[in-house]
Every structure is written in C-alpha cells, then in structure tokens.
Design a protein around this ligand. Structure first.
Ligand SMILES: C[S@@+](CC[C@H](N)C(=O)[O-])C[C@H]1O[C@@H](n2cnc3c(N)ncnc32)[C@H](O)[C@@H]1O
Length: 285
C-alpha cells in the first residue's frame, strides 16, 4: 500500500466516524507515524509502506476515530512561534490564547527587565512564548497540578528559557510570595452547563482542572483577580483570558478590586476573549 491509498483509507474511516477534519487528520497522522513532514508525504504519494508502518498508522487512526485530539496523539501543538509538548495532564494550547500573548507584547514593546507571573501555567505556552520574545524578562509559573508543572518544565528546557523561570506548584489562593510587574492568566472558566455540554473530544481527554471554573465559571477567575490585587505592583498589568459572556462580570470584579480595564480584545469569533487591567495606585483607589 502506498501513501496515497492509506491516507484515503484513513480519511474514510475518520469520515465515517463523524470526524470533520478527516483528510487533514489522516495526512497528519501518516506524517507523524513515519516521522516525516506533511510536505514529504504529499510529494511522495506513490511511496510504499511496510507492514509495521501500516499497523502503526491504523492504531493512530483508531485513536482519532474515538475523538482523541490530534495534539494528544502526536504529543505536540504549535502555539505562537513554537511547538509545545502536550499530554493528558495539560490543556492543549488554543489559538484564542495567542491574542493574550500578542497584546501583552504590544503593550510591553521593549525588553526592560520585569517579572511576570503566569497563573495556571499548564503547558507553559503563554509564559514561555513571552520570555522567548523578551529576553530580559524573568518569570514565575504557578499551577495547582504538579504534572502540569512537569510538562511546563520540559517545554521550558526545550525552548531554552528554563533558567529564567521559577516554578511553583500551588493553588493561587495559597501564594504569598513576591511582587510582580505583570500577571498573565488563562484560568479554567467553563461553567457547569458548558462543561456538561463539551464535546467528548475535549471532556474525555483534557484535564477537568484546566477547563472547569465552578458552577458559574468564575471560581478561579475571582481567585486570580483577588490575589493579583495583592501581589501585583501598583500600575502593574493583569492580562486575563475569559470565556463567552463573561466580560461584563469580569470587568466589574476587576473594578471592585482596584483595577482599571485598559483594553478588551476580541477573538476571531468576535467574542470578548481577553481583558487587560491596570492595578490602580492603592492610595488613589
Ligand atoms: C485553561 S488552563 C491554561 C493552561 C495554559 N496557561 C494555556 O493557556 O494553555 C488552566 C490551568 O490552571 C490550572 N489551575 C486550575 N485551578 C488553579 C488554581 N486554583 N490555582 C492554580 N492553578 C490552577 C490548571 O491546572 C490548568 O493548568
């Protein structure tokens, strides 16, 4: 069997199992199983596979057929300008989160030395991407999950920013250390109804701790805002990602805690996705 035939067979299995991206996924899984780029596959469609390669490919197709995300099968996901290692212990980085990175970099154009805290580090995609863009920045990455911290450490080593990050395994509620110039966070923000309605490809494979934000979705958002009020320097910035329909309540929470919302950023679907808020000087507030 050659590349062309096996891609067609793989895609047909996926299509029959309601996978919308069947053709693309069949190609990606072949390139992954042969350890070749997609271009190498497309340019050599008549190339033959051996029996081991065929069996291995069908194993991957069977996993995808059950809705396992491509990122978890291939163990990698591209985010901002780098490829990140992902696994079942971390949220797979989402495109929407790149809006947060992009806006922070617009606000902090120069690489003046600052200390940035990432609350809910996960794979490390936000903090690592920022440190790679700004070589004088120091980071602290905090997560409640020790397995997430391990994954972020691996990514930080691969991306060569490990020495600039302090890793803390803790609930944000229990952090009493430090003062930061900038806090970034993509907390879990999906509410109970939303969580129950999530696609099996997300709910069945990604960590609940990374997605579920309590009954109203605000449990961790509120913790992040209240803690940031204490550990952010005056005039420091909190950049936080939020979910659909959360921006009014989140803005109100920020105001009540001494922040001024300076920017809201919408994603490709026109949903208010990130809020950027300055901590006001305590005395003026
Ligand atoms: C939505 S994921 C974000 C991961 C990564 N920053 C990203 O943007 O892809 C949220 C992360 O917050 C962590 N988390 C959840 N509750 C937390 C808490 N109370 N304190 C600290 N981290 C928490 C989860 O373990 C998870 O890794």
């Amino acid at each position: 069997m050659n590349y062309r035939n096996i891609i067609n067979k793989g895609a047909s299995i996926l299509r029959n199992n309601a996978i919308l991206t069947a053709n693309l996924d069949a190609e990606i899984l072949l390139s992954n199983s042969l350890n070749k780029t997609r271009e190498e596959i497309i340019l050599n469609l008549e190339e033959k596979l051996n029996v081991h390669q065929i069996n291995y490919y069908y194993k991957l197709i069977n996993r995808r057929k059950k809705k396992e995300p491509i990122s978890l099968i291939t163990k990698k996901k591209y985010f901002w300008k780098s490829e990140f290692i992902v696994n079942k212990n971390v949220l797979t980085p989402r495109f929407e989160t790149e809006f947060l990175v992009e806006e922070v970099l617009k606000i902090y154009k120069q690489s003046k030395k600052i200390h940035v805290l990432d609350i809910g580090l996960g794979s490390g995609c936000i903090l690592i991407s920022l440190l790679k863009e700004r070589n004088k920045w120091q980071g602290t990455g905090l997560d409640i999950s020790s397995l997430a911290i391990e994954t972020a450490k691996t990514n930080a080593k691969i991306q060569q920013v490990y020495n600039r990050i302090r890793f803390i395994k803790s609930d944000i509620d229990k952090l009493y250390l430090g003062k930061y110039d900038l806090i970034v966070s993509n907390p879990p923000y999906i509410n109970k109804i939303g969580y129950n309605e999530l696609d099996i490809g997300v709910k069945g494979y990604e960590p609940k701790k990374a997605l579920y934000g309590g009954i109203d979705g605000f449990k961790v958002i509120e913790k992040v805002i209240k803690k940031s009020k204490i550990i952010l320097k005056n005039n420091g910035l909190l950049a936080i990602e939020i979910g659909i329909g959360q921006h009014c309540k989140a803005s109100e929470l920020l105001r009540k805690n001494g922040f001024k919302v300076v920017k809201k950023v919408k994603d490709y679907q026109n949903i208010n996705r990130c809020l950027f808020a300055k901590k006001l000087d305590n005395e003026k507030f």
